[in-house]
Design a protein. Sequence first.
Length: 103
Amino acid sequence: MTYEDWVQVYGEPVTIEVHTLREGSAALLEWRELQATRRLWTVVESSEDDEWYIVPGAHVVNRMHYLATPRPHAPACSDEVPMGLTMDEDTDTESEDTDAIPF
């Protein structure tokens, strides 16, 4: 599945920065709701080819940031969608305390 196909299926994603989740309980509740309704995705960097991929759910290993979509993924979804980006091409990633899941 291409990124464009993924957007067609799940809708235009919104980026969720981890640091905003630590700013209050409302943000944390929203994050948990996204996870519970299967609309939370994680952008991860592959350790093999430095490419970025979108994977369903919350992950911490090689995580760049989270995405929220308007439509949920299936419970057993294992889609791994290439974004066509590498770390060198993106300058807006957060650099502090990226190893924690905010729950």
